[in-house]
Ligand binder design. Structure first.
Ligand code: FES
Length: 247
């Protein structure tokens, strides 16, 4: 009986998430234009590049997997990043509402006859989110290392628009990762008295400030990831030149 546009939020969620997944899938299996040799720019979709098909110089952690087409070049990180986002509290809410219509909005009937929540397989696996958080934190460290290595020019130290985009992406990835509900619990959970743990209380207050912005950070990081990848692709393919401030 709701007469407002309750369907708008689920609709834009379906459109936004579908567009991102299609773009990311195409890019991950493209196997080219992910590395700019001149400036050492590496897209996060190929980090770390660990198959024997990776362009020389792009593999910062070795090449120990075969380069079969079905294996992503970043096979070590992408599955964990996917599972981290798939089990994220915000994305769960988003796709339960928009893709599964369970329910699509408040006071709108559920699209399904029965409801078992997350009490059975496979949704029981959503509880593994806390472990994927640790994997995502390690992967954010890898992305940070990539962004540092990218301060490179053919002559030595260099700095261009690509660096701003790579660093901006890493900052937002950290903000998203730290704002995770599991992180908030790891930092400030299971304490009886905050007064006896002033450092943890301070950290928990900071994480809580980010945590209320978790949804925004979830979407912003999808945007920065796609933008970073697209920029590296455009420079690597020769469609545009990197805007250099220091050669
Ligand atoms: Fe979203 Fe952990 S709750 S990343």
């Amino acid at each position: 009986m709701r007469t407002d546009r309750w369907w708008f939020a689920p609709l834009i969620t379906v459109v936004g998430l579908s567009a991102w997944v299609i773009y990311a899938t195409v890019r991950v299996f493209m196997h080219k234009w992910y590395w700019v040799e001149q400036y050492h720019y590496l897209t996060p979709f190929y980090s770390p590049c660990v198959t024997d098909r990776c362009v020389e110089g792009s593999s910062h952690f070795g090449q120990f997997l075969p380069g079969w087409w079905i294996i992503p070049d970043a096979a070590l990180t992408l599955p964990f990043l996917l599972l981290f986002r798939l089990t994220c509290y915000y994305y769960r809410k988003a796709y339960y509402r928009s893709f599964w219509l369970s329910p699509p909005a408040c006071a709108v009937p559920d699209g399904h006859q029965s409801y078992s929540g997350e009490t059975r397989f496979p949704l029981l696996g959503q509880n593994l989110h806390r472990y994927f958080f640790y994997a995502a934190a390690i992967i954010s460290l890898v992305n940070t290392w990539d962004a540092i290595l990218a301060f490179h020019s053919p002559e030595g130290f260099g700095f261009g628009l690509g660096n701003i985009i790579l660093v901006g992406n890493v900052v937002m990835l950290w903000a998203y990762t730290i704002s995770c509900h599991s992180c908030r619990h790891i930092i400030g959970g299971r304490l009886k008295h905050f007064s006896k743990h002033p450092m943890r209380y301070k950290a928990w207050t900071g994480v809580s400030w980010l945590n209320v912005r978790h949804m925004q950070l979830a979407w912003i990081t999808l945007g920065t990831l796609a933008l970073t990848d697209f920029y590296v692709m455009a420079v690597a393919a020769g469609w545009i030149n990197d805007l250099r401030f220091i050669n």
